[in-house]
Design a protein around this ligand. Structure first.
Ligand SMILES: [Zn+2]
Length: 123
């Protein structure tokens, strides 16, 4: 289990990451708004604008999802359950937390989850 100092370090990393993502989301939304407010003259332009905002939207969705992961990691820090696998209650290794500060599963469970996900998409 990570000690207090290590948890403080991970918290700083998470908060920093959260800041960056929040800025990205805000900027992304502004970009979409400015794209939408641009005057669209013909069909070609319209396709360009909508595909751009579609891509922007996908990026924002990813960022929002990551923001949620970060928020839930911060909540786990607050509740003292940070660094513990949600599935098997095992301790998540510090190396893994450093690579992915908002990891909620240990490596074994993560693999199981990923296998399940890819099995679902194959159906
Ligand atoms: Zn686990």
């Amino acid at each position: 289990m990570p000690n207090k100092k290590q948890i403080e370090e991970m918290k700083a990393v998470l908060l920093e990451r959260k800041d960056i993502i929040q800025t990205n989301i805000d900027n992304g939304k502004q970009n979409i708004d400015s794209l939408k407010s641009q005057e669209v003259n013909d069909e070609f332009d319209y396709a360009e604008v909508s595909s751009d905002s579609y891509t922007e939207g996908l990026i924002i969705n990813q960022q929002v999802a990551e923001l949620e992961e970060i928020n839930s990691a911060l909540a786990r820090i607050q509740h003292g359950t940070y660094g513990i696998c949600e599935m098997c209650d095992d301790v998540i290794s510090l190396g893994r937390l450093k690579a992915k500060p908002f990891a909620k599963y240990c490596i074994v469970c993560r693999e199981l989850v990923e296998k399940n996900l890819s099995a679902q998409t194959k159906k």
